[in-house]
Write a protein that binds this ligand. Sequence first.
Ligand code: MG
Length: 383
Amino acid sequence: MQQLDSYAAHPEQSLGRKTHESPPNNRSEYQRDRDRIVHSTAFRRLEYKTQVFVNHEGDLFRTRLTHSIEVAQIGRAMARSLGLNEDLVEAIALAHDLGHTPFGHAGQDVLNHCMKNYGGFEHNLQSLRVVDILEEKYAEFEGLNLTFETREGILKHCSIVNAKRLGEVGERFLSKQQPGLEAQLSNLADEIAYNNHDLDDGLRAGLINLNQLKNVSLFQEQLYKVNEEYPNLAERRTIHEVIRRMINRLVSDLIDQSRLNIQRANIKHIDDARAHGTTLIGFSEQMIELHLELKQFLRKNLYTHFRVYRMTNKAKLIIKNLFNAFMEDTKLLPEEHSRKASIMESQDGSDGRARAVADYIAGMTDRYAITEYKRLFDPTQLT
Ligand code: MG
């Protein structure tokens, strides 16, 4: 059994589940959340959803599934060291991207644009929608009926308008409170994971090279050390050695700084952390700068690289056309979804119809979206 500090999320103090359930046997409430997430349909789809590279571009790149597993790994290590609840961090990490559209951020941006007159589309909110409503597996309740703490962690951000609709879990955005420490930590584990693995994938794909990284201090610092220790190491191994040391450096910095922040603020209970004016899990001032430098490098050189951009553009075209076609005629949707669209339309008018279409599109994997596009618009496709 993991030793939890007083400020951690203790399962027996949980704010509970929407539908009351008797306590689990042989596992904690947050382990039960984690298990439900792993068994969900949306979780399996993460395997075929893009992180930066579209799924068919290569077998070695991260997908949302391997990304989520890396977030969970980094998150758990940090949680254990800080006396926070590892099971809760794992549950949040594995669920945090469940609401992502196909084709990564490009998909989310264009779906948001399509939905602008119908309440918009936010991927964090969609992740919550997946676990609260869209997963249909259990006899007793809609969704996965997760604990408040896991749901609080999944909902990283949301607009004020949406926060008002959400009840308890949206409350903190209105009262300017923070989520518990496990949620704060999972959020930064996500950042550590993607900044480092995107760098790794970008180098592997040849979209960026070592020479361009000259001005990225976090990388240079470790490259210098690795070159000193292993002057004849092959490039691929050097890169891996550098990146694993970068992750280590970020993780150690976060643990030290967060411990200090928690002590200074005299945090004794999860509610003290929630009520605190700012987040307590974080990097040192110096690391914030270094991390920012890395993020800016990736934005400038990788995320906007023409090869990524070209795929992004195709992704936009696919999503926009799917949305417009389904919106115009919901009979084009598979039966189950067209039935849902009629029910939702009868409740909420065109907003409801649009939401049903967005739910269907957001649930697609990259390759499913491409196939669906061909089925709808390519006359040579027979099925
Ligand atoms: Mg993520």
